[in-house]
Write a protein that binds this ligand. Structure first.
Ligand code: KIV
Length: 289
């Protein structure tokens, strides 16, 4: 029987135990939208580490190892410097930490745009090195040939239209897209092209709400929104954003916690006890035999 490995969450260390294969599949997720209707919206969050994946897995249909890890984990100014190796390593950690959700790994800037063959080489490396079941790439019509090439060769692809952060130097910033009629039409056309090319889902990021709705209605595959619309077929957020890890809160983010505040409080309590010599206490020290 096919097995996957689930980290044993009852210990503080990775202790893999074989579990019956229960991971969702890309075709099963694709089929959640049928005849233009998605009865149950797709839930996707980003994950970059094994422990994060363990905690998110049971709640999500998809875990996205986003190249946003460049900013969130590595403190880089954009996603541009992110490498294939970074994506492969974090992808592998997320696959090891999950057993239910489909794991999709972002193709980083420069790893797929030159040609369909370059994209296939990069995608094959990511899938082999990480064990992820799918990749995501940014861009619309210009990437449709590449998406078709990958899908025909066994690589499930998630598209990404609207605000595409890897194109920040062309776009001039991270503002919402689709303010002009021409740009709105292009975003819908981009999504249509990816859908025809065989993308199993398309992320629609940072667009005026009517464009998100138009994309969702225009494509047969699920459209997953971020800064888009509740009428999309699913939603994605950067996990650290929704947990309240950052002071800056973009309009499209809802904070479900204040983790930054709680971490600061815990660190302050620890620092106070260390300085007062009240930590470690009797409960944390080994008494003599
Ligand atoms: O890199 C990322 O995290 C993403 C999501 C925001 C969709 O692309």
């Amino acid at each position: 029987m096919s097995t996957t490995f689930q980290l044993d969450t009852s210990t503080s260390r990775a202790n893999p135990t074989p579990q019956p294969m229960r991971r969702l599949t890309v075709p099963a997720l694709r089929k959640r939208k049928s005849g233009g209707v998605t009865a149950e919206p797709l839930v996707m969050l980003t994950a970059y580490t094994a422990r994060q994946a363990q905690l998110l897995d049971e709640h999500c249909d998809l875990l996205l190892v986003g190249d946003s890890l460049g900013q969130v984990i590595y403190g880089l100014p954009s996603t541009i410097p992110v490498t294939l190796e970074m994506m492969a390593n974090h992808g592998a950690a997320v696959v090891r930490g999950s057993y239910r959700a489909v794991v999709a790994v972002d193709m980083p800037f420069g790893s797929y745009e030159a040609s369909p063959s370059q994209a296939f080489e990069s995608a094959a490396y990511l899938m082999k090195a990480s064990g992820a079941a799918a990749v995501k790439l940014e861009g619309g019509e210009a990437m449709a040939e590449t998406v078709e090439f990958l899908v025909q060769r066994g690589v499930p692809v998630m598209g990404h239209v609207g605000l595409t952060p890897q194109a920040v130097n062309v776009l001039g910033g991270y503002g919402a897209r689709g303010r002009s009629e021409a740009e709105a039409g292009k975003i819908v056309g981009d999504a249509r092209a990816l859908d025809r090319a065989g993308a199993f889902a398309i992320v629609v990021e940072g667009v005026m709400e009517p464009i998100a709705v138009a994309v969702t209605e225009a494509v047969a595959c699920p459209a997953i929104g971020i800064g888009a619309s509740a009428r999309c077929d699913g939603q994605v957020l950067v996990t650290e954003d929704m947990l309240g890890m950052f002071e800056r809160v973009p309009r499209f983010v809802k904070r479900y916690d204040d983790l930054a505040g709680r971490i600061a409080q815990a660190a302050a309590a620890y620092a106070g006890e260390v300085r007062a010599r009240t930590f470690p206490g009797a409960a944390q020290t080994y008494p003599p035999e």
